[in-house]
Design a protein around this ligand. Sequence first.
Ligand code: UD1
Ligand code: CA
Length: 478
Amino acid sequence: MPNFTDSQSKAPQAEAIDVLIMAAGLGTRMKSNRAKVLHQLDGRPLISNVCRTALALRPRNVFIVVGHQAEEVRRAIEDEFDCAAQEVSFVHQREQRGTGDAVMAAREHLAGDDTPLLILSGDVPLVRNETLNKLIATHHTSKAACTILTVRLENPTGYGRIVRSDTGDFVKIVEQKDASDEERQVREINAGLYCFASGKLAAALDQLKPNNKQQEYYLTDVPAILKDRGETVAVYQHNDAREVSGINTRAELAEFENLIRRQTIRRLMIEGGVTFIDPSHAYISSDAQIGRDCVIHPDVHVEGESILGAGCEVRHGSRITNSRLGDRVTIKDHCVIVDSEIADDCAVGPFAHLRMNTRMEERAVVGNFVEVKKSRIGRGTKSMHLTYLGDATIGEETNIGAGTVTCNYDGKNKHPTIIEDHVRIGSDTMLVAPVRVGSGAVTGAGSVVTEDVAPHTLVAGVPAKIKKRLDQDSNNET
Ligand code: UD1
Ligand code: CA
């Protein structure tokens, strides 16, 4: 998360708490075949944003209620978090019969005592853990059986409303669909974030009935049930509506994405000294780091945990995903750089594609329409035009001519190509791997190199034959 969670304190809770995250629903309003909590926000599933926040509270247990696409949701979480080490476990809600039913599915895991159970919604992804700590603190000071996080909204449509008595005491939560006209006027809404005394919650769940328009078991009926049982229900009213709003539609998802994006870019400009030519058209993950005096042109995407050093320039339309750039790197227009590393003073593009652990050493240059896969390109080496380098290890100060192809795939297996230092690969050379070209060697234009080339040797032809031995020094001036 951006500012929202970057600053989150990791201070351990004074007292043990458990967290339950409701994430079993389909999210009908998304109009999607994919469970809502799997939709991406800031480059990761909604549910993983909520999990991060939950784990930052250092809870004793985290229970995640899954149901719709349970396996996919579980996998998304396991991909990112070490569930065993962090006491994250999954609870299966067989049928999605409402938020109350979701909690009932986890009933056997609920502590029988007053241990606070924080309940979060998988679709409320921006809530900060300072805010949750305030909710927990209110719960403690008011010695409540239940504390509800509420917020006042200009437009409360769709949310559960907080009904209070004339004296301002909590009476009940009423859902939009079940609310009277008068209740619908209420601007204070239930954010779907609660703290319960576990044992009391468990007892109240037994009294839940699906007596409502949607014929669902509403968790939102539990507070009124607790009140009837003579328990205290407290309210923590928060003042930042956006932070605790839920995402129900794609329009809301896009609004949140935009909000996070703007915050990230603002932080990079104000605190990081990064220039954005057009801040409204840059797409930077909140986990990315961008160094001072970098210049980011329009329509650039920097995804995942990418790191750019100082003074880099990324031109129009390029994407950098989970990659690391040194200082003063230039990425020209329309490049794709994935899972790769580029050292200081390199240049890439336009229209280049680096992927799968490619590494460019200092001052290396990869130019127009060059694809580099799982290869290492040595210091000062250049490959300027129309080339494929795959599974290749290339030394220093070597020149790769236009149209060179490492033929690394024999239809079954991939094979390596090794090109040593100070080599000149002529235009349109096919390097049929596995193959090694020794240092100071030269291949003629159009060569098909099927056998290793000894150092300081000129080869040419189809298949390439030795033409002459070269002076030791002849290639060193490049
Ligand atoms: C819920 C609240 C509403 C509140 C709003 C805040 C209820 C009945 N209503 O409404 O008062 O204003 O959140 O965002 O709780 N889920 C399950 N199993 C189910 C149903 C839902 O796990 O059977 C999960 C969903 O995946 C979701 C969360 O619970 O993460 C909330 O469900 P959703 O259907 O979005 O509730 P809202 O209608 O938004
Ligand atoms: Ca919701």
